[in-house]
Design a protein around this ligand. Structure first.
Ligand SMILES: C[S@@+](CC[C@H](N)C(=O)[O-])C[C@H]1O[C@@H](n2cnc3c(N)ncnc32)[C@H](O)[C@@H]1O
Length: 190
C-alpha cells in the first residue's frame, strides 16, 4: 500500500481518533489525504475550502499542506462532528470550521482549492464550478475507476463524472487513489 511506512500528520491522527469515538466511518483515507495536502500546498496564499468536514480528517490533511498565507474554511451540517472538528483547529487562526449547509461557504469564495466532499457535488455542480477562482483546483473523490468512456458505475453511465470531466470551464483528469477508487482533479480556466 502506498501509504505504508509513512507517518500521518498529528492532526490527522487526532481527527481519526475522534472518528473512532463518534463511530464516523466516512473520513478520507490517507491516499486521498496526501493528494489534498499536495493540492493545498500548491496555493500557499490561497483560499482553501471543503464541503463536508465530517470530523476533520480531510481538513487535517488540507491543513498539513496549508501555507502561512493561506486560509482554510470547511463546513459540516451535523452539529457534533462540526463541534469536534472546530476544537481540533481552534489554535490555528487560518482555519474556520462552520456548522451548517455547504452554501455557507459561498461568502468565502472564490476558492483556490475546493475539496467538495459533502454538499454541492451532486446537488448543484454548476455552482461548485462557479465558486472556483480562475486557476482554482476542484477535488472530488469516491469514484470507482472505469476503463470505458463514458465512465460507468453500476452498469449506468456516470453522468456526474462526465459533467465534471467535460465541463467547458474545467481542465479535468481522473487519478487513481487506490486500485479500486479514483478522484477527479479539475482546474478552472478563465
Ligand atoms: C464523506 S463525509 C466527509 C469526510 C471528510 N471530508 C473527510 O475528508 O474526512 C461527508 C460529510 O458531508 C456532510 N454533508 C452532507 N451534506 C452536506 C451539506 N449539504 N452541507 C454540509 N455538510 C454536508 C455529511 O454530514 C458528512 O459528514
Amino acid at each position: 500500500m502506498l501509504s505504508a511506512g509513512r507517518e500521518l500528520p498529528e492532526l490527522v491522527v487526532a481527527a481519526e481518533k475522534t472518528a473512532g469515538e463518534l463511530g464516523f466511518g466516512k473520513s478520507s483515507r490517507p491516499e486521498v489525504g496526501r493528494l489534498l495536502a499536495a493540492v493545498a500546498a500548491s496555493k500557499p496564499n490561497g483560499v482553501i475550502a471543503e464541503s463536508g468536514t465530517g470530523v476533520g480528517v480531510g481538513t487535517a490533511w488540507l491543513h498539513s499542506g496549508l501555507g502561512a498565507g493561506a486560509r482554510l474554511v470547511t463546513v459540516e451540517r451535523d452539529a457534533e462532528p462540526a463541534r469536534r472538528a472546530a476544537e481540533l483547529f481552534a489554535e490555528d487562526e487560518r482555519v474556520q470550521v462552520l456548522h451548517g449547509d455547504w452554501r455557507l461557504l459561498e461568502q468565502h469564495a472564490p476558492f483556490d482549492v475546493f475539496f467538495c466532499d459533502g454538499g454541492g457535488k451532486r446537488d448543484d455542480p454548476q455552482r461548485v464550478v462557479d465558486l472556483l477562482a480562475v486557476g482554482g483546483v476542484l477535488v472530488l473523490d469516491d469514484f470507482t475507476p472505469s476503463a470505458e468512456w463514458p465512465p460507468r458505475f453500476g452498469g449506468e453511465v456516470d453522468e456526474l463524472r462526465v459533467y465534471y470531466l467535460t465541463h467547458p470551464a474545467l481542465r479535468a483528469a481522473e487519478v487513481l487513489t487506490t486500485p479500486g477508487s479514483s478522484a477527479l482533479l479539475a482546474v478552472r480556466q478563465g
